[in-house]
Design a protein. Structure first.
Length: 64
């Protein structure tokens, strides 16, 4: 599973980072700093929670 963040939609609410700060890294001003990242085993639920909680729908999940 991969998680993708559309940087053009991210407005820095950081809800994803609150769910899992190791999976959803932020830049110096609080915006997501990831583009696409492989979700480590066991963190799939965190990725799904972040996708569901992003107010801008900037997060999407790709299943391999």
């Amino acid at each position: 599973m991969k998680v993708r963040v559309d940087q053009s939609l991210c407005t820095g609410h950081a809800r994803c980072n609150a769910i899992d700060p190791d999976l959803f890294l932020l830049d110096d001003v609080g915006y997501s700093s990831i583009d696409t990242v492989e979700v480590p085993p066991g963190l799939e639920d965190h990725a799904r929670q972040a996708e569901a909680n992003c107010p801008e729908h900037a997060i999407s999940i790709e299943v391999d």
